[in-house]
Design a protein. Structure first.
Length: 436
């Protein structure tokens, strides 16, 4: 049985961000068992804590960013890759700035800082997710696969195919992830850009503080004013980014990953699937079922009844901060009789109502709200993006934005598969059940 780990002492790093170029300071602090990797923005009026899990992922191009409300922390993949490689499960990462520093455009400095801080075991078993079923993500000619693996640990193969670019060509690298192999073979590998990409970034004011001697800028002859540390340095850096993204599963991943031309977008799609599989696996182990709240338990919390109860089950709950529920849309739904005959479409107002009901179940998790109802006050930013039809399964999520004694506000989203069909910010008043 492997034990969880944190750092022995504080570690500090500072420097300028890769994209924005702003100066930032980072302090690593030990954290208790089962707390995970938590980033804290300390340069905002009230410090904001953001857990490093894929549910807090923000959409960004060419980097990994987590977000809570309007506060984000940019370019965290190098830091996460090192924490993952060093098997550090619990740590607080305080960030004074919007974007993490990128010294040397690699993660070597992060490894040095955390190695000096030291690692200590905690007397709690490590959370792990063992890949037991193949998972694949394909987009055009790029692909990434998560596969079962006969040996212990994480094995990664990356195939970087720039056959049409003589400065890079085709590079392949495979490794078994250990702290030692990461330090030697991956940590020194630097971020790279094609010369044309670098010019485009500079024209947009991105990365103007770094030059060819800091980052690998590659033309048809190879690195400009620089040289490769490894013949396949670009493929190695892609593995670093991939390890950082995999850390957002929130537990150690065991298995084999094979990637071809994959970048952050594809990586993160895979991570979402692995996270969902890991959460499901743990729910079944803990409760004997994938369902946290079935319909009978939902009816004990919500007063809604047929035909207005629009949540079938709850499959994820994170304290009073986040919830995920399911609504299976059947042709037998009463509203399809008139909306519309011959072209059945679920009314948008009912999708919003389903999101509101899931939110009510989230707020009911707090003991002080037992016996209270969440009554709708207002809705902002309501967007209905796609029709919902019979046979669809609505995946309903709600994240708490603000929760006070009498009022609550949450950010809601309804999805069918990977497509967003509706979203809104909903405010509630919390009232005593008997007053309704």
């Amino acid at each position: 049985m492997k034990l969880q780990k944190t750092i022995k002492s504080e570690g500090k790093i500072r420097g300028r961000g890769l994209f924005g170029g702003e100066e930032a300071k980072v302090v690593f602090r030990p954290a208790p068992a089962d707390s995970g990797v938590v980033f804290v923005r300390t340069d905002v009026p009230e410090a904001v804590r953001i857990n490093a899990v894929v549910t807090n992922l923000a959409e960004r191009s060419r980097r990994t960013t987590i977000k809570k409300g309007s506060v984000s922390i940019e370019t965290i993949e190098h830091c996460l890759a090192v924490l993952s490689a060093m098997e550090i499960d619990n740590v607080v990462v305080e960030v004074d700035g919007l974007e993490l520093p990128a010294p040397g455009c690699s993660c070597a400095e992060y490894f040095k800082v955390l190695k000096r801080a030291g690692v200590v075991e905690q007397q709690v078993s490590r959370k792990e997710f063992v890949i037991s079923e193949p998972v694949s993500i394909v987009a055009g000619d790029a692909s990434i696969y998560a596969l079962p693996y006969s040996d212990d640990g994480l094995n990664i193969t990356y195939d970087l195919d720039y056959s049409g670019h003589t400065g890079i060509g085709r590079q392949i690298f495979s490794c078994q992830l250990t702290p030692e192999s990461f330090e030697k073979n991956l940590a020194p590998a630097r971020t790279f850009l094609l010369e044309a990409e670098a010019k485009q970034f500079r024209a947009r004011g991105i990365g103007t503080h770094i030059g060819p001697r800091d980052i690998l800028i590659i033309n048809s002859d190879g690195p400009i004013k620089n040289s490769f540390k490894f013949p396949n340095e670009c493929a190695r850096h892609k593995i670093v980014d991939l390890i950082g993204d995999l850390a957002l599963v929130g537990r150690a991943v065991k298995g084999r990953i094979v990637a071809y031309k994959s970048g952050h977008s594809l990586n993160q799609q895979l991570v979402r699937k692995l996270y969902e599989a890991a959460e499901q696996q743990e729910r079944i182990k803990k409760f004997g079922t994938d369902v946290l709240l079935d319909i009978s338990r939902i009816q004990k919390i919500l007063p809604h009844r047929y035909p207005f109860l629009l949540v079938d089950k709850i499959i994820e709950i994170e304290g009073d901060t986040r919830i995920k529920g399911i609504k299976n849309v059947s042709f037998n739904e009463q509203f399809f009789q008139g909306h519309f005959p011959g072209t059945p479409i679920m009314p948008g107002v009912l999708i919003v109502e389903a999101m509101a009901q899931v939110s009510g179940l989230l707020f009911a998790q707090r003991l002080e709200h037992t016996g209270k109802l969440a009554v709708l006050l207002s809705m902002d930013g309501v967007k209905l993006r796609k029709s919902v039809v019979p046979g669809d399964q609505l995946i309903l999520t709600a994240e708490t934005v603000r929760l006070r004694k009498r009022t609550a506000q949450c950010r809601c989203r309804a999805m069918v598969g990977q497509q967003i069909v509706a979203e809104a910010e909903i405010r509630f008043m919390l009232v005593d059940d008997e007053k309704v």
